[in-house]
Design a binder for this molecule. Structure first.
Ligand SMILES: Nc1ncnc2c1ncn2[C@@H]1O[C@H](COP(=O)(O)OP(=O)(O)OP(=O)(O)O)[C@@H](O)[C@H]1O
Ligand SMILES: [Mg+2]
Length: 262
């Protein structure tokens, strides 16, 4: 038949983006607890996805499945349309181009920014000697892209919480990750630095990255997210486009009163 063929080439079909990452029916239990319970979600290129939900709703566990820190009991992942298994953090970083920004940042405070950016993945000449020059140059590039005032030579321990956060995020740009996961990035920093982190998230998106942001600060979620995913008791209760949403709408969905069917 000709009709479907013509439709397949219609402009609106062509312009519609394929998901970068698809999660299908993923389950992760801890003993009797179904921390992530039959979760399916598509993640698209260059979008900011806000993940919200009450304490214990399964948000961090879901991110840990994406980083390969945990293996799911069941379910599938597809990366750019092809089935993949996420068996280790290294595989998640290298094959799926996912980078997690941890709450405790995992930075070395007494090392310089450039050393931290490359921590564990330092370029070497002849596979042997640290290529300091390349580290300096690439670090400066990544910091410039993020429009940060810090330099590769600054010592990380002397930076503010928000700036340290930005260094951690800089790694994602440096190694050309596609998806950056953040769990409560604005929880441990001063209120005045929250905007810096939110600007960094916007800037990552401008550079073509996808950001998945977990936060209890709903005003931050509303400020930067394109879509908002509501977790409830390990399940996805709703996926919303961030249009004309208010904090009260989100609170309603995060807690028991949200829907009758759970
Ligand atoms: N390592 C673990 N061992 C046992 N149970 C766990 C483990 N990690 C998480 N859980 C349980 O799984 C459920 C989901 O926890 P998770 O940390 O993913 O929630 P969360 O949405 O990130 O919560 P919060 O907003 O408080 O960070 C909770 O009931 C939690 O107690
Ligand atoms: Mg959590």
């Amino acid at each position: 038949m000709h009709v479907p063929e013509v439709q397949a080439h219609a402009p609106e079909t062509v312009s519609r983006q394929e998901p970068l990452l698809s999660v299908r029916h993923v389950v992760k239990t801890f003993g009797p607890v179904r921390a992530v319970d039959d979760v399916s979600l598509d993640i698209f290129p260059q979008e900011v996805v806000g993940l919200i939900g009450d304490n214990g709703a399964g948000k961090s566990t879901f991110l840990s499945l994406l980083t390969g820190y945990y293996r799911p009991d069941s379910g599938q992942f597809m990366y750019k349309g092809r089935p993949v298994t996420i068996t280790s953090p290294r595989e998640s970083r290298h094959n799926l181009r996912i980078e997690m920004i941890y709450q405790n940042l995992r930075l070395a405070p007494d090392l310089k920014v450039s050393d931290n950016l490359f921590l564990g993945e330092e370029p070497r000449t002849f596979g042997l000697f640290l290529d300091k020059k390349q580290m300096q140059q690439s670090s400066a590039d990544a910091l410039r892209k993020l429009q940060l005032k810090i330099t590769p030579k600054d010592v990380v321990g002397k930076l503010s919480g928000g700036e340290q956060q930005a260094v951690a995020i800089g790694r994602a740009l440096l190694f050309d990750r596609d998806i950056i996961l953040m769990d409560e990035p604005t929880a441990a920093i001063s209120v005045s630095k929250v905007q810096d982190v939110l600007n960094t998230i916007r800037s990552l998106k401008e550079h073509g990255k996808t950001v998945i942001l977990v936060s209890h600060r709903l005003e931050d979620i509303l400020e930067v997210s394109d879509r908002i995913v509501v977790f409830f008791h390990g399940r996805i209760r709703d996926v919303l486009k961030n249009e004309r949403l208010q904090i009260s709408d989100l609170i309603h969905l995060m807690f028991d009163s949200g829907q009758q069917d759970v």
